[in-house]
Design a protein around this ligand. Structure first.
Ligand code: SIN
Length: 346
């Protein structure tokens, strides 16, 4: 079916009409941050610079793509909310279903970027490129990193090699898979890394080089869709001297799932493990992840998952584990065995 986005594509010079059409959805973040002083890179306000101003700071964009800008939110991404996730994912799906949109770039705060990226990786129903980008320095700063990150993100989204790779993150000249990428530094401009597995490729001076494929299920092969129902799933951590208070409170509050940021291989303090085993026996989904920051959590490794009714998150960090668990529960997946299959697939 031929559809149109009804989207006001910025008219560029006629010579650019053959360029790919890329929708740029702005959500806020430091990339849209401003401070009174160019040397201030920590006390600024995120999400105050509009998408038109972001784009006008990068004239070279007009040589790469025809840009259709949209301000979908203006937030500090620490405040990302579940209804906004629904709005963003639905908008991306609507845009990509249109014949006059070739790809989508999303500007986002760095703080929860990896969660939004993974959510979209699992719920976008298109093989057209979707690329998230962000910045560690506000738009007002000396050596702001946002303009080049934005140009690189649009360059990736406009490139044929990005098609079918799932949702990507373009940051500091690297191209990462949404599944693997995590924020690893509070201020460094190379904050985004894919621990252990590495980036998919790089983008530099207009050249895109993607050197490996994303193998796990995503986008068109994902069984999950965006909806408006978000099952309550919370995260608890295991650490020296932890008590069972948080788990008991969550179970009393009626959560459907609990993700554990365990030590090492997702191991759990015995006090917490007892509370979680009781929660699992009452039908709460319990998934073991790790607080370490890289590596896998092996099933039946540190905990006897079969006996306790737990699920292993594999290589997903606790925050991405929560995203996948919410989608799985919303889709009606229940029971440790069925949930483990989900975590082994995505
Ligand atoms: C945010 O996540 O919105 C603020 C921090 C950042 O973008 O680096």
């Amino acid at each position: 079916m031929t559809t149109s986005s009804s989207y006001p594509v910025s008219p560029g010079p006629s010579a650019t009409l053959a360029l790919p059409r890329i929708a740029v959805l702005a959500t806020g973040g430091t990339i849209a941050g401003a401070a009174a002083d160019v040397t201030n890179t920590s006390g600024y306000q995120a999400g105050v610079v509009g998408v038109d101003q972001l784009l006008s700071a990068v004239p070279a964009l007009s040589t790469v793509a025809r840009i259709a800008p949209e301000q979908i939110a203006s937030i500090d991404s620490k405040d990302m909310a579940l209804p906004l996730w629904t709005t963003v994912a639905q908008r991306v799906n609507t845009l990509l279903a249109a014949d006059d949109v070739d790809g989508v770039v999303i500007t986002h705060g760095t703080d929860t970027l990896e969660e939004t990226a993974y959510l979209l990786h699992l719920t976008v129903k298109s093989d057209k490129p979707v690329v998230l980008t962000a910045a560690m320095r506000p738009a007002s700063a000396l050596s702001a990193d946002g303009p080049l990150n934005l140009l690189n993100a649009v360059t990736v989204a406009a490139h044929a090699a990005a098609r079918g790779q799932g949702v990507l993150v373009a940051f500091n000249n690297r191209i990462h898979s949404a599944r693997d990428v995590v924020k690893t530094s509070t201020y460094a401009v190379d904050a985004f890394q894919s621990p252990e597995i590495g980036a998919l490729g790089w983008v530099q001076d207009g050249r895109v080089d993607i050197q490996r494929a994303v193998v796990r299920a995503h986008t068109l092969t994902s069984e999950f869709s965006i909806g408006t129902a978000w099952p309550a799933v919370e995260i608890v951590a295991s650490y020296a001297g932890v008590s069972r208070v948080a788990v008991d409170a969550l179970v009393a509050a009626g959560v459907r799932g609990i993700v554990v940021a365990g030590t090492g291989n997702g191991s759990i303090h015995q006090a917490l493990q007892q509370a979680l085993a009781e929660a699992a026996s009452r039908g709460v989904a319990v998934v073991r992840s790790s607080r370490v920051g890289s590596g896998h959590v092996m099933r039946n490794g540190a905990a006897a998952d079969d006996a306790l009714g737990f699920v292993s998150a594999g290589a997903l960090n606790p925050y991405k584990t929560r995203v996948l668990l919410m989608l799985a529960l919303a889709a009606g997946v229940t029971g440790a065995a069925a949930l483990q299959k989900v975590f082994d697939t995505y």
